[in-house]
Design a protein around this ligand. Structure first.
Ligand SMILES: NC(=O)C1=CN([C@@H]2O[C@H](COP(=O)(O)OP(=O)(O)OC[C@H]3O[C@@H](n4cnc5c(N)ncnc54)[C@H](OP(=O)(O)O)[C@@H]3O)[C@@H](O)[C@H]2O)C=CC1
Ligand SMILES: O=C(O)CCC(=O)C(=O)O
Length: 416
């Protein structure tokens, strides 16, 4: 039987736990998600029918602080996926040294099939259902796949009806007009670009001469491509979303492509300045850097052998299965794991939360400078640990992250 996503994630955790000889009692505790709320809720559709939806919010571990992590809307959302994403958030927050534990949420829905009003009613009803489980000091959601600043605005408004006072710090990734942080929108992509640049230095590769393929052209994929293109002068030769994949050996003008997508119902299909390729071909291109920035399991045992990129920077969560990862590493491909590569988003979410709690807002240069500094510091921690244990980047990242959470658990004590 195929392994569940959570079982696959435990494999990676287990390998790092072995390498660092993690205390077996703490290991047992960290292997399980602390709590998961399941909600079944009704939404009145535009034609008057009521449809039922299922949503989840999981808090994997809160030893280092309140749970933190996004909420995803997707037809394939399951409890297993949400718990795995929360598990990954625990390690991501720890790796960046943020005072948070790991959380994640999701609603099983295809938002493309909803009108804007239906999406708003679904968002508000879901947030109402989980309102007693979350909170500024308890669990702070944020955007993920198919959710955005507008959805966060509906969430905060719904929550505020509940509290009676404006609790802006209850979610991050909000519009800047209502307590969002400037720079959160681009933050995950900026973090991907910073980490790609650090990795290129290790590989002795000039990033301004690097070719890049990006899978997924949503928040993470498009900002990764834009910042690698605009700030690091890398050549983006391939991009994809669900609707299409395009290749241009001369490099895309990413700002032109973003403008096209924004005027084309959010899709890149039909873009005239590139050659159409298949989604599989994009992943297998002979490029310097591959940024998978869509969903889990993009690179599996099936296609790992055909991957030709020299560096993979995981914009998405879990785009490479553990079996595929072993193949890539054995081929000498450097894989920068999700918990490091895409941590820019939660880092600026942390900045947003701090700004909300203090009601004192920073400027864009400040946000970018602090983000870059923290991403570089995390990269350096991982590179040093990699050397110390003579392991791959993913294992090293987990060792750093697990060590901090294990320390917190040890200091707090497991026993009531
Ligand atoms: N948003 C954030 O701050 C963070 C997100 N992440 C992770 O990054 C990943 C992407 O999230 P985000 O950018 O926010 O989500 P979005 O919903 O903004 O974008 C997802 C993109 O992936 C595309 N896509 C989905 N499936 C495929 C596929 N099989 N092949 C090619 N493209 C595909 C979508 O296409 P289409 O639009 O056509 O459906 C869309 O362009 C997720 O794994 C998420 O958990 C990680 C850290 C932070
Ligand atoms: O910004 C956040 O709080 C969480 C982002 C997220 O869900 C992720 O990093 O996967």
């Amino acid at each position: 039987m195929a392994k569940s996503l959570y079982q696959q994630a435990l494999e990676v955790f287990g390998h790092a736990a072995d390498v660092m000889q993690l205390d077996p009692n703490i290991r047992k505790f960290l292997e399980r998600p602390q709590r998961t709320l399941i909600v079944e809720f009704p939404v009145v559709m535009d034609d008057g029918r009521v449809e039922m939806f299922t949503g989840y919010r999981c808090q994997h571990n809160t030893a280092r602080g309140p749970a933190k992590g996004g909420i995803r809307y997707h037809p394939d959302v399951t409890i297993d996926e949400v718990q795995t994403l929360a598990f990954w958030m625990t390690w991501k927050c720890s790796l960046l040294n943020l005072p948070y534990g790991g959380g994640k949420g999701g609603v099983k829905v295809d938002p493309a099939k909803l009108s804007k009003h239906e999406l708003e009613r679904l968002s508000r009803r879901f947030f109402y259902e989980i309102a007693n489980f979350i909170g500024e000091k308890r669990d702070i959601p944020a955007p993920d796949v198919n959710t955005n600043a507008q959805v966060m605005a509906w969430y905060v408004d719904t929550y505020t009806m509940h509290t009676g006072y404006p609790a802006l710090g209850v979610v991050t990734g909000k519009p800047v007009e209502i307590g969002g942080s400037i720079g959160r929108n681009e933050a995950t992509g900026r973090g991907v670009a910073v980490v790609a640049s650090e990795a290129c230095k290790l590989l002795d590769k000039d990033i301004s001469k690097a070719t890049v393929a990006v899978q997924g052209f949503g928040n993470v994929g498009s900002f990764s491509a834009k910042i690698l293109h605009d700030d690091y002068k890398a050549k983006i030769v391939a991009v994809s979303d669900v609707s299409a994949a395009y290749y241009n050996p001369d490099g895309f003008d990413i700002n032109d492509l973003i403008a096209y997508r924004d005027n084309n119902k959010g899709l890149i299909n039909g873009y005239p300045k590139g050659q159409k390729i298949t989604h599989e071909e994009l992943l297998e291109l002979d490029v310097d850097i591959l940024v998978p920035a869509a969903l889990e399991n993009a690179i599996t045992e099936e296609n790992a052998d055909r991957i030709k990129a020299k560096l993979i920077v995981e914009g998405a969560n879990g785009p490479v299965t553990p079996a595929a990862d072993r193949i890539l590493v054995s081929k000498g491909i450097m894989v920068i794991p999700d918990i490091l590569a895409n941590a820019g988003g939660v880092t600026v979410s942390y900045f947003e939360w701090v700004q909300d709690l203090q009601s004192f807002f920073w400027d864009l240069d400040d946000v970018r400078a602090k983000l870059t500094k923290m991403m570089r510091a995390a990269f350096a921690d991982v590179a040093e640990t990699k050397k110390k244990y003579n392991v791959d980047f993913r294992t090293a990242a987990y060792v750093v992250a697990i060590e901090r959470v294990a320390q917190a658990v040890k200091l707090r004590g497991i026993y009531p």
